[in-house]
Design a protein around this ligand. Structure first.
Ligand SMILES: C[S@@+](CC[C@H](N)C(=O)[O-])C[C@H]1O[C@@H](n2cnc3c(N)ncnc32)[C@H](O)[C@@H]1O
Length: 261
């Protein structure tokens, strides 16, 4: 390596010291490739130059932090999973529990996931029986979530009658109705460093794991298991997989849904 230049390892260490975000916990190849694309765009071919550029410009650092988090999401992502949640699991939880259900959408991105859960609960006439906490590290995504306004594309395969009932259409914007919006509390939260929310009946952490290294995934599974109530559920993304769920006190319930023993 030529003097005065940095490799990805040195960049990660300096970046952690500066921002507290530990890139070492994300899959290296994927993350490095993504960062290099950003560097190219900014015409900063070397990690050291790039770090100095970020350090000298708070707006550039903010833009980079927002870029790092991949927040692709849509309403009712994986219809089959939501159908099962609504028809089986929510019904079971509502029957079993007397009080309100606490549901945590961990890595909620633009809010499509927690709002989909709220809509499913409303269709069961149980909106007043649920408290949804939705958290993410990405402030820009959280702003969209809190606003609750979407483009048609972000509604994914949401059925027409659901769109009609739960969104107010204004030009090209689809605003989630206030009754659904007020059920969800959004929080800025880093899954790797902030304490998890306790006493959950369900945690949805979907399409988040996939970016983390194996040991980080295991760390998170341990944490989720700790805060899930007995008989509670963990829902992961359709492309994700838990190797040996029993290690975390979980058993496979359906597809990518696991239950705490
Ligand atoms: C691809 S989106 C998934 C959104 C939604 N769960 C879904 O399945 O449609 C991944 C989200 O994880 C968030 N994320 C990544 N690392 C995180 C961390 N350390 N703490 C909290 N959220 C994180 C990103 O900001 C992004 O919004």
């Amino acid at each position: 390596m030529p003097p005065n230049t940095w490799d990805y390892g040195l960049f990660k260490a300096a970046f952690y010291k500066k921002t507290g975000l530990d890139l070492d916990r994300y899959k290296d190849k994927q993350m490095e490739r993504r960062i290099k694309q950003f560097m190219q765009r900014k015409n900063k071919p070397d990690f050291r130059l790039f770090f100095d550029y970020l350090s000298g410009s708070p707006p550039a650092m903010k833009a980079f932090l927002n870029y790092l988090t991949i927040n692709t999401s849509e309403f009712f992502r994986d219809e089959k999973v939501y159908k099962h949640l609504q028809e089986e699991i929510f019904v079971e939880l509502l029957k079993k529990e007397q009080g309100a259900l606490k549901i945590w959408s961990a890595g909620c991105s633009i809010g499509a996931e927690p709002y989909s859960v709220a809509i499913a609960m409303d269709m069961l006439k149980a909106l007043d029986r649920v408290k949804i906490i939705a958290s993410d590290i990405d402030e820009q995504a959280l702003q969209i979530a809190e606003k609750g306004s979407y483009f048609l594309k972000q509604l994914g395969k949401t059925r027409k009658e659901i769109i009609h009932k739960y969104f107010l259409v204004e030009g090209e914007d689809y605003h989630i109705i206030p009754e659904i919006k007020r059920t969800v509390t959004f929080k800025h939260h880093n899954l790797l460093t902030d304490p998890p929310y306790p006493d959950c009946h369900m945690i949805l952490c979907r399409n988040v794991f996939i970016y983390f290294k194996q040991e980080t995934q295991e760390f998170l599974l341990g944490r989720f298991s700790e805060v899930l109530k007995r008989g509670g559920f963990l829902v992961i993304g359709s492309a994700e997989y838990i190797n040996n769920p029993a290690r975390f006190g979980l058993t496979k319930s359906y597809n990518t849904i696991y239950q705490k023993e």
